[in-house]
Design a protein around this ligand. Structure first.
Ligand SMILES: Nc1ncnc2c1ncn2[C@@H]1O[C@H](COP(=O)(O)OP(=O)(O)OP(=O)(O)O)[C@@H](O)[C@H]1O
Ligand SMILES: [Mg+2]
Length: 253
């Protein structure tokens, strides 16, 4: 298996505060990594380091074998979709224009190609076609999140970073989005990093789960292994009450 993302001895300091130190992580291509941990432990920071929105104080990050320090930032980000919680859509653009934003940059001349791509992704995330001329303020929270995901995916990235993307939706919508995302992952072979506060969601979606605490890795393992053999007290406490019979099947079972 090919390594897609690698953190090597990464340290991040904000002012006096050490957010992350001695952080090593290797993620294989096509992996769906869910990231969970206490608030402020560095999950968003880790995610933003992958697409260069945050620079490490020391240490290196490799994407597709290349140290991102040496990479052109625009090119790096073009290959990485980023979907975050809350409304990050362009408010003055319609659904169609939002999703078409990156495809338009990539194929300026071929408007038809972009139109087809928008239709395709709207269908995949479960948005009906007639929503395409609406503005974000005219959509429900769940619909806005779908547009955000479609927009991230429409750029055909090799890596998708998602920071609590389903935080603001109800349980039913959330379940649907989880299933859709899993299907998209299966179909595209995209590498996903997905931050969540919900251990059930982390276990259900991840091919691997990264548990963080205070900027350190507690455990990085398959969901089944996390449940069977939690590496630390923190992980043990986290997975307490979660079990293999709780109504969903784990990826590695
Ligand atoms: N730009 C910044 N300047 C100073 N401190 C920051 C900055 N960004 C983040 N921090 C601090 O770094 C730590 C890690 O932040 P980060 O956003 O990565 O946490 P998180 O794990 O995503 O938390 P949450 O679960 O609440 O989203 C926190 O203590 C935060 O206050
Ligand atoms: Mg965060």
């Amino acid at each position: 298996m090919k390594t897609e993302i690698e953190f090597k001895n990464v340290k991040k300091v904000y002012g006096e505060k050490v957010v992350m130190e001695g952080f090593n992580l290797s993620i294989e291509k096509g992996e769906f990594v869910t990231i969970i941990g206490s608030s402020g432990c560095g999950k968003t920071t880790a995610l933003k380091m992958v697409n260069g929105l945050v620079q490490p104080t020391s240490g290196d990050i490799f994407v597709d074998g290349e140290n991102i320090r040496n990479k052109n930032q625009t090119q790096l980000r073009r290959n990485i979709g980023y979907a975050i919680q809350g409304s990050v859509l362009f408010p003055h653009m319609t659904v169609e224009q939002n999703i078409a934003y990156v495809p338009n940059l990539l194929n300026k001349r071929d408007k038809g190609k972009t139109k087809n791509a928008v239709s395709k992704w709207m269908k995949i995330v479960g948005l009906s076609e007639d929503l395409k001329d609406r503005y974000p303020s005219e959509l429900s929270g769940g619909q806005q999140q779908r547009v955000g995901i479609a927009r991230a995916l429409a750029a055909s990235p090799e890596i998708l970073l998602m920071d609590e993307p389903f935080g603001a939706v109800d349980e039913i919508t959330r379940g649907q989005l989880q299933m859709e995302l899993k299907r998209i992952h299966g179909q595209t072979g995209i590498t996903v990093l997905f931050v969540t506060h919900d251990i059930s969601e982390a276990l259900r979606l991840g091919t691997k789960v990264l548990v963080m605490n205070n900027g350190k890795m507690e455990q990085f393992a398959k969901p089944g292994d996390l449940l069977r053999s939690p590496a630390t007290e923190f992980v043990k406490e986290l997975v307490k009450g979660e079990c293999r019979t709780s109504g969903f099947s784990l990826q590695d079972d």
